[in-house]
Design a protein around this ligand. Structure first.
Ligand code: AKB
Length: 331
């Protein structure tokens, strides 16, 4: 019943499309900080609210609104939404794949209970809700090259299970309650800022190690191939997909792809910039098993066809950009 008598404060019930106020959960994470910058450049600094459960830097505090609120605290979240008249939520909080395997109760709470709290709130206040899914939502029974938009999904990590849950819950709330739920299955995101707890983190670590130490010990085998995307493309995809008109969207969950590579290939490309760079391998069985169960290439035909997705960073351009960015990072 609660869902049928929602408090619609704009647009006669649909999520507001113009000049939205947007809450980004996981606002201090790998994607959150940069996503905040991009959305602020578009909608204005005050319209984008970051939330997380860490102490922000002064730079973050000066850049725009920040709220210390836990996604496991539904009342705290609701207060932020109500006090600020939030229109859209970009829900980036998550425990990533490798960390999730080391602490399953934590991943269950953050990824499943957190998602549940967020979707209830979005539905109650008729907010637009974006949640990223991942290549991790597939498993060893899925076709790996390419992995279609609709296919078998039997992930073998708690992270993957929770992301399939998020996808299905979002689609269900969309069909049942007309929630404007939007979800992109992201490849591993390569950025200068360090993530934490992911299986694809090696790619970022390799750039930093090449620059600071000249060597890198990789926890995946040389030819382990997974889809990856440069952060600028990833955030552009989120930004564009957030505003695709509802009648253009044929489905609520889309694969997006940009490039695929393996550690050996990445090391060779980095050697074009740092000829003395050396890579060695010491496999971590947990992360290797995870990566081996993931797609090699995502089929993103549907995203390209329905809303014009088109990556701008290929492998070479990503490496060149990362080398430059990592230099700036240590300047
Ligand atoms: C991870 O490695 O867990 C993430 C992802 C691919 O979703 N980067």
């Amino acid at each position: 019943i609660r869902h049928l008598c929602n408090n619609h404060w704009q647009n006669g019930g649909g999520a507001k499309s113009e000049n939205p106020t947007i809450l980004i959960t996981g606002g201090l994470g790998q994607l959150g900080v940069e996503c905040g910058k991009l959305l602020r450049s578009q909608y204005g600094a005050k319209k984008i609210i970051l939330s997380d459960i860490r102490e922000p830097s002064n730079a973050i505090l000066q850049a725009g609104p920040y709220h210390f609120v836990d996604i496991l605290d539904p009342k705290g979240l609701e207060k932020v939404v109500v006090d600020n008249k939030v229109d859209w939520i970009v829900h980036l909080s998550a425990t990533l794949s490798a960390k999730g395997e080391l602490d399953i109760p934590l991943a269950t709470k953050v990824n499943i209970q957190g998602m549940h709290n967020i979707i209830e709130l979005a539905n109650h206040y008729k907010l637009r809700l974006f949640v990223p899914s991942t290549i991790g939502a597939f498993g060893p029974d899925s076709p790996r090259n390419p992995t279609p938009n609709i296919t078998v999904q039997r992930p073998r990590t708690i992270y993957g299970v929770s992301k399939v849950y998020a996808e299905l819950l979002g689609e269900y709330y969309h069909h049942k309650f007309n929630l404007d739920f939007r979800c992109l299955r992201l490849p591993g995101v390569v950025s200068c800022d360090l993530p934490g707890g992911g299986t694809t983190d090696y790619a970022i670590d390799m750039f930093h190690s090449a620059m600071t130490k000249g060597t890198y010990e990789c926890y995946l085998t040389p030819k382990t191939t997974v889809p990856m995307i440069y952060i600028t493309d990833c955030l552009r995809a989120i930004n564009e997909f957030l505003v695709v008109p509802t009648d253009t969207i044929q489905r609520r969950v889309y694969n997006i792809h940009a490039m695929s590579f393996h550690p050996e290939g990445l090391a060779k490309e980095i050697q074009n910039y740092y000829p003395a760079f050396e890579i060695t391998y010491k496999t971590d069985p947990i992360r290797q098993e995870i990566a081996d169960s993931w797609p090699e290439v995502l089929d993103d035909t549907e995203a390209r066809k329905d809303w014009g997705w088109n990556p701008k960073y290929d492998f070479k351009k990503m490496v060149q950009t990362m080398v430059d960015q990592v230099k700036v990072f240590y300047d």
